[in-house]
Design a protein. Structure first.
Ligand code: DC
Length: 222
């Protein structure tokens, strides 16, 4: 695997742990692009659902994906994504996608394709990238890693406030127990608990940690 040309901040963690708010805010503070890899797995899930692919069958998922073309790029410092010419991002928070995304994310062919895209994006610009395997599999060599978690009650409440139905604990179990790239905290990641601190406090902590590792903020997108 080629090393990224630019710095990558890897942010992994459990479902509804506040990764997206934290990651987006950190990317703004640093002037880096922001890439939510969960949206890519969700986009593929939505695409396959549109084609009535039985997502419980890994072979069917692999076959369904083989016929698709994937385009990813950075637009105004964020991920832009098309599958066979269609932008799935307006649909990726639907309850049906929440229900089945972990089935799709466990399939090796899906992960291989999306990880390659994620690694390519890091050749284009400095990135804050959030997901489940960014610090362990996609960019194990980056020194800049965080792992976010929060109390299960706080996480469930967060999803409810967002008006979403999402069986987050069930998704966590599937994500943690799958064979391919399971969700786990990299040994060199800084663990953060978002049920104990505000986003501002977490960002201040993260910036101090990054500075201690020698990372200086730069503005690429302001
Ligand atoms: O971050 P999220 O909740 O939007 O992610 C949706 C699902 O996608 C998550 O349950 C597991 C999968 N995912 C993954 O397997 N690897 C990633 N890097 C990001 C997400």
């Amino acid at each position: 695997m080629s090393h990224p040309v630019h710095p990558v901040i890897a942010i992994d963690g459990t479902a509804a742990s506040g990764k997206s708010t934290f990651s987006r805010r950190l990317s703004q503070k640093l002037g880096y692009a922001y890439v939510n890899t969960g949206a890519m797995y969700r986009g593929v899930t939505w695409y396959l659902q549109q084609r009535n692919v039985p997502l419980g069958e890994p072979e069917a998922v692999t076959r369904g994906l083989a016929g698709a073309t994937l385009e990813t790029r950075l637009e105004n410092g964020e991920l832009a994504f098309r599958i066979s010419g269609v932008d799935p991002l307006p649909h990726v928070r639907e309850g049906k996608v929440n229900d089945e995304v972990s089935l799709v994310a466990r399939v090796a062919a899906v992960r291989k394709l999306l990880v390659a895209e994620q690694q390519r994006l890091a050749q284009l610009a400095p990135l804050v990238m959030e997901g489940r395997d960014i610090g362990t599999v996609v960019f194990p060599q980056t020194p800049y890693k965080f792992f976010l978690d929060a109390d299960a009650v706080v996480r469930a409440q967060r999803r409810q406030n967002q008006g979403e139905t999402d069986a987050i604990l069930q998704r966590d179990v599937l994500d943690q127990q799958r064979e391919n790239s399971p969700l786990t905290c990299a040994s060199d990641a800084l663990r953060l608990d978002s049920s104990l601190s505000t986003v501002d406090e977490l960002i201040a902590l993260a910036l101090r940690h990054l500075a201690s590792l020698g990372l200086k903020s730069q503005s690429h997108f302001s």
